[in-house]
Write a protein that binds this ligand. Structure first.
Ligand SMILES: [Zn+2]
Ligand SMILES: [Zn+2]
Length: 359
């Protein structure tokens, strides 16, 4: 039976097992609710018709999460997590301390979509073992201590934006040419640039531009374990949260949209320039209007494993959809030393062989 880092309170509205009355949790393998005690499963209603919300609606008032979901704040690192109603957090999945307290804060904006976990804890362990094996300098203790119980399944908040863009642009680009000048001793090749003014319109529809909804979770890490299975997207339901936690977004839709716009701007510039053959860009002015902008607040499935080595906390992140692993492993000074000594010995050996048999 897998250990989950929180307990269930007695009276709860989460699905109870018909067989033994225990609280059921979401099971990645069957995509159903499963009883952690007797193993019986129960299906629940699912939908993949996820609504795209008009971004202007979010700016005015967003729908808030259910009142009865439990909100916990970590007093050590400040992380705020949301649990299914009736579930209690006992440990912070980000800093591994037990300084988590129930909070009266609201759960914030309600997610409207989710990529359910499809990788089980057991399989996440296998993926991370493979990854750890490739880390030559990781201490043996780290590789050995990777165990299923240490994995916390956390949904990371993210926003995806759609936008129909129309851009008007003008700029100046240049192509390098060479010519031969002079004669006799002074004959040489020189480079010159032929400039060309460009202008036009550029239309592109952007679909699901993914923006991290959590400032404490690195966008870099998110990029490393991306992509998620976009075809698996489901309408959010509290059943998916049972047995897991969700990090509460600490960003507004507006600020995420600003990030999305700058990603889109970069992409449009690349799109425009890909129409031309050029070596240098003198300038490119682009003015873009966005139409039919919609967003989804999507929960992304991530397994977290935190490992304390010396005084430092190392985190391993596993995509709960694909098993892709990212993270830092501790470095064993002994292993590095052995490698350095082996290196020196090898160089010495090559020198010795060359001296005696070479030349
Ligand atoms: Zn049961
Ligand atoms: Zn914490």
């Amino acid at each position: 039976m897998q250990e989950i880092p929180f307990e269930n309170e007695k009276d709860t509205v989460t699905s109870k097992c018909d067989g033994c009355g225990a609280n059921m949790v979401f099971d990645p393998e069957t995509q159903m609710l499963k009883c952690p005690h007797c193993g019986s499963v129960k299906d629940f209603e699912k939908s993949n018709v996820v609504e795209e919300i008009d971004v202007l609606k979010a700016f005015s008032n967003g729908e808030t999460w259910k009142d009865d979901s439990s909100v916990y704040r970590c007093e050590n690192c400040g992380a705020v997590v949301v649990l299914a109603s009736g579930q209690t957090a006992t440990r912070c999945p980000y800093c591994e301390t037990s300084h988590v307290v129930k909070s009266e804060e609201t759960a914030g904006l309600k997610p409207n979509a989710v990529y359910p976990f499809t990788v089980s804890r057991q399989n996440a362990l296998e993926f991370s073992k493979k990854w750890a094996k490739s880390k030559l300098f990781a201490p043996r203790k780290f590789k050995k201590n990777l165990s299923e119980e240490n994995f916390r399944g956390v949904y990371q908040p993210s926003f995806t934006f759609d936008s129909q863009t129309r851009s008007v642009y003008h700029g100046r680009i240049g192509k390098r040419h060479t010519r031969t000048v002079g004669s006799g001793k002074n004959r040489r090749t020189e480079t010159y640039i032929v400039w060309r003014d460009i202008s036009g319109t550029y239309d592109e529809f952007f679909n699901d531009v993914l923006i991290n909804g959590d400032t404490t979770y690195s966008q870099n890490t998110l990029n490393k374990i991306s992509p998620f299975n976009y075809s698996d997207i489901k309408v959010y339901g509290d059943e998916y949260l049972t047995g897991y936690m969700a990090k509460r977004s600490d960003r507004t839709v507006e600020s995420c949209w600003d990030d999305a716009k700058s990603l889109i701007d970069d992409s449009i510039r690349r799109g425009i320039l890909s129409r031309y053959v050029y070596d240098v860009v003198s300038y490119l002015n682009v003015s873009t209007t966005h139409q039919d902008v919609t967003y989804k607040y999507v929960l992304l499935p991530v397994y977290l494993l935190n490992y304390r080595y010396g005084k430092k906390l190392y985190s391993v992140h596993i995509n709960g959809n694909t098993g892709k692993v990212a993270g830092k492993s501790p470095v064993s000074p002994l292993r590095v030393l052995v490698a350095v000594l082996l290196g020196i010995a090898l160089v010495g050996l090559i020198g010795f062989l060359y001296y005696h048999f070479g030349g």
